[in-house]
Write a protein that binds this ligand. Structure first.
Ligand code: 13P
Ligand code: SF4
Length: 324
């Protein structure tokens, strides 16, 4: 099973770096016929060199539609794995293989198989933030963009297991009025925000709107005037009349918010401790240097067994059909 252990950087390779990394990456992109797909939580330099930036749903769709021979995934392991599930014949590269996800890791396949067996006749809807093995055990995949829409399409008398994120699951329950059996997984980043500090910020900035990702806990979500996926939050801050926002999600998204709404102010929601714990440590393992080296070395590559890939593809395709 894939785990999110931190791998040391190979210092011997750092001496091989060209002076202009941006130009070198552009050159390799042409040479490999590669596309760089980046999540909004990547560092600004990576977002700026990417061919496509998006949330998990947009990135899955972009991966499904690309004509490139090589997909360089600037995101975390489950996202690159999703691209491989959709593109078995393409080379899929992840700049740092240790870029995992606490949420995906909180749902180990063996325990999840037992959980499923304890809930016979339940349809399994899994958030895309899970491993290929969990996807292979699921009936439908969803993302934070389409979870509500997908659950609403399931007949009311059909019992549902929702995995692995309990916070998104609870939010979907509230929005749909459905009773879901929740796997108790969570994201370390979205559970780090301090309700107390958000309230203090709202008092200090009375004009600011708090906006939040549904992976946050209910205690944070209740202070948000808008809740949505990263792409939805980005769109909202452009269309809202507000000039100031307290943003309760990974602060990497603020790079795009500032680009698309340059006259507005964005305040990252603070974590409980005096740390940078609101930055995803897995997403931030990718760097421009590692991106360059991955393209140059054509590694690390994402691979998986064809059995798992085919089993994981079916619920992915159902998601793409149901959220078209
Ligand atoms: P979205 O990309 O669906 O907004 O999810 C955020 C996230 O935590 C990705 O790891
Ligand atoms: Fe996983 Fe949370 Fe990081 Fe997203 S932000 S990759 S859910 S740990």
């Amino acid at each position: 099973m894939f785990t999110t252990a931190f791998a040391p950087t190979d210092k011997t390779q750092l001496g091989e770096l060209p002076r202009d990394l941006f130009a070198a990456i552009e050159h390799l992109k042409q040479e490999l016929n590669a596309v760089i797909l980046a999540h909004y939580y990547q560092e600004p330099d990576i977002q700026d060199i990417a061919d496509f930036i998006g949330d998990s749903l947009q990135l899955a769709k972009a991966a499904a539609e690309t004509n490139a021979d090589v997909i360089v995934f600037a995101g975390v392991h489950f996202m690159a794995e999703t691209a491989k599930i959709l593109n078995p014949d393409k080379l899929v590269l992840l700049p740092d293989l240790a870029a995992g996800c606490s949420l995906a890791d909180s749902c180990p396949p063996k325990e999840f198989a037992a959980f499923k067996a304890a809930h016979p006749n339940h349809l399994v809807i899994s958030y895309i933030n899970c491993s290929a093995q969990i996807k292979a055990m699921s009936d439908i995949i969803c993302t934070s963009s389409n979870a509500v829409k997908i659950v609403q399409q399931i007949p009311k008398d059909q019992p549902i297991i929702f995995a692995p994120d309990r916070n998104l699951g609870r939010y979907v329950m509230e929005q749909t009025g459905r009773d879901l059996v929740l796997w108790q997984g969570s994201c370390i980043v979205h559970e780090t925000f301090s309700e107390k500090k958000i309230v203090q910020l709202k008092i200090a900035h009375p004009q600011a709107e708090a906006i939040a990702h549904p992976e946050c806990e209910t205690s944070v979500l209740r202070h948000a005037s808008y809740i949505g996926s990263t792409a939805a939050l980005l769109k909202y801050c452009q269309t809202s009349a507000s000039q100031e926002f307290i943003v309760a999600t990974e602060p990497g998204i603020i790079h795009q918010m500032q680009k698309l709404a340059p006259n507005k102010q964005f305040i990252p929601a603070p974590p409980t401790n005096n740390c940078n714990c609101n930055e995803c440590p897995f997403m931030r393992l990718n760097t421009l240097e590692k991106l360059y080296l991955a393209m140059k070395n054509r590694a690390p590559e994402i691979t998986m067994s064809e059995d798992i890939r085919l089993a994981a593809l079916r619920p992915m395709q159902r998601m793409l059909e149901m959220s078209a």
